[in-house]
Design a protein around this ligand. Structure first.
Ligand code: BF8
Ligand code: SF4
Length: 619
């Protein structure tokens, strides 16, 4: 049974069988057609950075050991990795910038569909940015401009890096990796990797850390803060996850991508009584919005909108034959969707001025006309409902309950207003430590296998798990985000969860919300008067695939958190780069990367790490 090696999620294996029966190609088929994948690429030793190339290094040592310009495998691998970080950091920076622009336009009255939903957070952020004009007219607009200035900052450092514990900032300072402007670091990545510029692997990777810090403590943190201000800070709520959330008798609209700027408006338009009336007039019982990927996480966290699946399920959602519209913005959207949607009645609707796709119906979004465009999109979906071919509808039954919405504020509230009870539980050992398990799916790994097994092992061993991104969706589908999942946890963690009524795995949001995890880590470190690298915490990305994940991994390690990757990054062609990432970084930033595809072994690495940090703290 081939599908068993492709996914551990029964809804996914069912839909994959259906895809094959119908002769439709999915990501797994294309992955198989790529086998064997290029060994030079896997090892990171091909370079196309100038037109004397492309060059590649012979990993066995009999062929060329340098590119035409003289670049060694170490230089080529380091440069390629830096370009991955640049691309990932750019994705988060552009996302954050767009959120700030909407915030600014909302304040100026141009983006009328958007409001301020969290005034308290707005004031706190203004204080952090030293907006002294606060209270007078224009105070909030000054904050918007101050946020924007972090992107092009020419003096000082990215503002929110101040949230990092002092010891951490000193480490960055001494290594020369405190990030200056967000855009500046990304531009400098491209400059340094141009032919004939930065040619020392360590020096190249240092800049990678700096760029990634500007992502984690800059772009991603700004995106989270501004989205909370505009759409509300998440609080605990219940919902459901997996393809079974699609409805047989309703108009199904999927929001897929990353920016809540769009999905929030779609959610609002879909609940408009006039739209619901229209849906009834075409024979549907209502309008059902469901998410995929991180924009799904955004509306799940804030509104309890159900989530239809994670990254590898996007094509399968179309193959249910029950989706009237798949509405996308940016990031992690497969260009195969247009062709697939054409095999069904599904409208594949692209909305971002930045992202066009073959076979997409273009309904370009603008902040000024946000509500109007969202209504047009919803209307298009509703009017498409009568075209659904009932004979081809196959919605798998699987849907799991979940509890979501654990922002930092929500966690503090659950703890009674202070992190002290959590710290006490860590000190007395009922909770051994905290692991952030995050990241994508990747067809190199059986879908969800890495995620679910790693998380299960960790909670069984009394490690509290915090999650975001596609890992969070995997956990939701596996039932691990239910308070009842405390039964699967070790006795200590179980006791804490049961007394608080929370799950042993806390959904903290989308991938940009990993910034929330940094804030929690900083708060605990500050409370204990230590550095983040002293804490019994770890990170993991069991099925990562995107360049954003590379930037995230880099800033998590640069923040002092040991991180285990489940898929191998393209660095093994350089013994020097591999040694820096897995060893030397420990001396520099107090944390390293490890690579372990087996989730059971990865859990052991994490637990050993947590135990050693506990011992060092005398716990
Ligand atoms: O930003 S986890 S597959 S959806 S990149 Fe993409 Fe990866 Fe999912 Fe979230 Ni994050
Ligand atoms: Fe080859 Fe050097 Fe040009 Fe890269 S930069 S393609 S290694 S010559």
């Amino acid at each position: 049974n081939k599908t068993a090696t492709e996914s551990i999620d029964p809804a996914t294996t069912k839909m994959l069988l259906e895809a094959r029966r119908a002769g439709l190609e999915t990501v797994w088929d294309r992955f198989n057609k790529q086998q064997p994948q290029c060994g030079f690429g896997q090892l990171g030793i091909c370079c196309r950075n100038c037109n004397m190339g492309p060059c590649r290094i012979d990993p066995f040592g009999d062929g060329p050991d340098k590119g035409v310009c003289g670049a060694t495998a170490d230089i080529i691998v380091a440069r390629n990795l830096l370009r991955m970080i640049a691309a990932g950091a750019a994705a988060h920076a552009d996302h954050a910038r767009d959120a700030v622009i909407v915030f600014k336009e909302a304040l100026e009255g141009r983006a009328r569909s958007y409001q301020i939903r969290d005034e308290a957070k707005l004031r706190e952020l203004a204080a952090e940015y030293n907006i002294s004009s606060w209270g007078e007219q224009g105070g909030a607009a000054d904050l918007a401009n101050a946020l924007l200035s972090d992107f092009g900052r020419q003096e000082g450092y990215v503002t929110l890096t101040r949230r990092a514990p002092e010891k951490r900032r000193k480490i960055w300072e001494s290594l020369g990796i405190s990030p200056r402007g967000i855009d500046r670091e990304i531009v400098e990545c491209m400059h340094r990797t141009h032919m004939g510029v930065d040619n020392d692997p360590l020096h190249i990777l240092q800049h990678g850390l700096r760029t990634s810090i500007a992502d984690g403590w800059g772009s991603s943190m700004i995106a989270t803060e501004v989205q909370d201000i505009l759409f509300g800070t998440p609080s605990p709520r219940r919902s459901e996850a997996n393809l079974g959330v699609l409805k047989e008798d309703e108009v199904n609209i999927i929001v897929h991508g990353h920016e809540p700027i769009l999905s929030e408006m779609i959610v609002e338009a879909a609940s408009d009584p006039e739209m619901i009336k229209l849906a009834k007039s075409v024979g549907a019982n209502g309008i059902n919005v469901a998410g995929i990927c991180c924009t799904g996480n955004e509306v799940l966290m804030r509104h309890g909108i159900p989530v239809a699946g994670n990254f590898l399920q996007q094509e399968l959602a179309v193959i249910t034959g029950a989706v009237e519209a798949m509405v996308v913005d940016v990031q992690c959207i497969m260009p195969s969707l247009g062709g697939l949607a054409a095999c069904y009645h599904t409208k594949f609707i692209s909305t971002s001025p930045k992202a066009e796709f073959p076979g997409a119906l273009r309904m370009e979004f603008s902040e000024e006309r946000a509500a109007e465009i969202a209504r047009e999109i919803v209307r298009t979906a509703v009017e498409n409902y009568p075209k659904r071919d009932r004979g081809r509808v196959l919605i798998p039954r699987e849907r799991s309950e979940c509890m979501v919405g654990f922002s930092v504020e929500a966690i503090l509230k659950a703890l009674g207003g202070t992190p002290q009870p959590l710290i006490d539980a860590i000190v007395n050992g009922s909770i051994k430590g905290i692991a952030a398990v995050v990241g994508c799916n990747n067809p190199k790994v059986p879908h969800d296998h890495g995620h679910v097994n790693l998380v299960r092992e960790l909670i069984r061993n009394n490690v509290l798990v915090v999650t975001t991104g596609c890992n969070a969706i995997a956990c939701a589908k596996a039932g691990l985000l239910r308070p009842a999942a405390a039964k699967e946890a070790g006795d200590g963690l179980r006791g804490v969860c049961e007394s608080l009524g929370v799950p042993p795995v806390l959904h903290m949001g989308s991938c940009v919300d990993i910034s929330r995890i940094l804030v929690v880590a900083a708060a605990i470190a500050n409370k204990l008067g230590v550095d983040i690298s002293d804490l019994p915490v770890a990170g993991a990305a069991p099925e990562w695939m995107s360049e954003k994940a590379v930037s995230i991994g880099a800033y998590v390690v640069a923040s002092g958190v040991f991180t285990v990757l489940g898929t191998v990054p393209p660095v093994l062609g350089s013994p020097v780069v591999t040694r820096i990432l897995t060893k030397d970084l420990g001396d520099a930033v107090g944390a390293t990367f490890a690579v372990e595809p087996d989730p059971f072994k990865a859990s052991k690495l994490i637990i050993e790490h947590i135990e050693s940090k506990r011992r060092a703290l005398g716990l």
